[in-house]
Design a protein around this ligand. Structure first.
Ligand SMILES: [Cu+2]
Length: 258
């Protein structure tokens, strides 16, 4: 009897310690209030010429997203989202092309990048419910360039998961037949919504967000750098990146015209 009680007490001790420690974990960690900056390199999906960079900056649950993309279908709106909950990766080629039609659909890519969690609309709501609202989405210019910046609030869960590197940028919209509109002739009906052309929902680009290196965090994008030298280094790197993107875009233009 006594022996059993002693054993129970001994077992109870570590449990008590764990319980006592639990409330500390329930509090919002300090890092969640700090600024976090993540970068993504935009890469093509479905053999588009998409390229560019994207940055997500978080202050608590306030999110600023910047996208500098080239090589998208010109003159068309591109539904773009932060996807969360897959393997946090961009699909490799046509590995996930389940129906073997030679195109990766929005849904076929989900095991890789997860479902859309944030709609990167130009105006209106940014929740998942607007992910197909093409009329709210940014439009690529006549050269296929798309510049985007918007600041909005996200849920604590989304903020936490973006901070931990679980977000993937996906920009949709391909023009398979090059007729400068989304239609059903190009690739049939969308597997997300049958009333929409697949051309409008098939992914055109993808980018995986990863935390910026220490120096990038200091300089940030918001211009909060307290060390001018570091800021200059960051600016220099950014200019080199832009110059590279312009060069690549130029080559693609020449190739398209040829
Ligand atoms: Cu998406």
């Amino acid at each position: 009897m006594h022996k059993a009680t002693a054993t129970a007490a001994a077992l109870a001790l570590p449990v008590g310690l764990v319980l006592a420690a639990a409330p500390a974990h329930a509090e919002i960690p300090d890092e969640a209030k700090d600024t976090a900056v993540l970068h993504a390199q935009i890469q093509p999906l479905n053999e588009t010429d998409a390229a560019g960079t994207s940055t997500v900056e978080l202050q608590g649950t306030r999110m600023t997203v910047q996208i500098h993309a080239t090589g998208l279908a010109p003159g068309l709106a591109h539904a773009q989202h932060l996807h969360i909950g897959g393997e946090n990766t961009c699909p490799a080629g046509l590995d996930l092309d389940e129906n073997g039609d030679g195109l990766l659909s929005a849904i076929e890519g989900v095991p890789s990048y997860g479902p859309g969690a944030v709609s990167l609309t130009a105006e209106g709501g940014t929740g998942a419910e607007n992910k197909l609202a093409l009329e709210l989405m940014p439009v690529a210019d006549e050269n296929g360039k798309l510049e985007y910046q918007r600041t909005f609030d996200v849920s604590e869960d989304v903020a936490k998961r973006v901070r931990s590197g679980q977000a993937v940028l996906v920009q949709s919209g391909i023009d398979t037949d090059g007729n400068r509109e989304y239609d059903f002739n190009g690739a049939g009906r969308s597997d997300v919504d049958e009333s929409l052309p697949a051309e409008s929902t098939h992914p055109a680009s993808c980018g995986m967000f990863a935390a910026a290196p220490e120096r990038g965090m200091e300089t940030g994008l918001g211009g909060t750098a307290d060390t001018p030298r570091a800021a200059m280094i960051g600016l220099g790197a950014a200019l080199v990146t832009v110059a590279g993107a312009v060069a690549v875009a130029g080559r693609h233009l020449l190739r398209t015209k040829a």
